[in-house]
Design a protein around this ligand. Sequence first.
Ligand code: GYE
Length: 311
Amino acid sequence: ATILAACMFTSASAKNLVVGFSQIGSESGWRAAETTVTKQQAEKRGIDLKFADAQQKQENQIKAIRSFIAQGVDAILLAPVVETGWDAVLKEAKEAKIPVILLDRTINAPKDLYLTAVTSDQIHEGKVAGDWLVKTVGDKKCNIVELQGTTGSSPAIARKKGFEEAIKGHDNLKIVRSQTGDFTRAKGKEVMESFLKAENGGKDICALYAHNDDMAVGAIQAIKEAGLKPGKDILTVSIDSVPDLFKAMAAGEANATVELTPNMAGPAFDALDAYLKTKKEPPKWIQTESKLYTQSDDPQKVYEEKKGQGY
Ligand code: GYE
């Protein structure tokens, strides 16, 4: 009976892990899937997840973190909207001995202020996108328009950098317009409309590079409304691999996407679990994969598969 009671106590206490999750918002399909998967992963592990949606505002994230600290949670997951401005609140979490794990975006802060970061290599993602375009256009002259992610966010900064590195030295490829679309479909469409107007109704644009698929999907709509064929008249390459992008690829209206898993929480909870058990710190970066998909990868089939994965 004693052993049984002890076991029950152990499993009960493991089940009672309380984790606060400060999510950015729901700007993209990928973000919504990440939220779904995080909740599923928490439930599967018996973690009590306290979810806070920041509506894209850093001040809301800072408030949420302070409230998690006040509640005495066991750990905090943070998807940081921008790179800077986290030091003070992360110091407070550290003083309260609450480990913080970054999800999907990185920050500019001393590394001892968080336990680990689960993210893709965002410079590499931009490079994969750029390499694909370089290979696809060959020697042809190609004017590119770029839809950037949220200003000041690590994926917007790094995906721009990686793409520019890839096209460097290929003088036939040139970014002629670049503006933020804030990672949303609506903004992607709106900004693309202005690009099309400014570039001879779109006739002077050879390719679109969007920092995420949602902006690309919005832009594809704008291209169609301008009377051009996305995927043919204007090539597209973007990042995330959301189902709707595969639908567009299957219809020949999009060309390429770099995959980002919405399951950042699984590896984060694994690292947290190991840390709580052993007190040994995990590596500072847990990197997720970045795979390129094109029209030759059976987009209709991938679309079907993706639908079950948090989307
Ligand atoms: O690619 C985009 C989202 O932070 C890496 O944020 C993430 C990005 C993702 O809104 O769709």
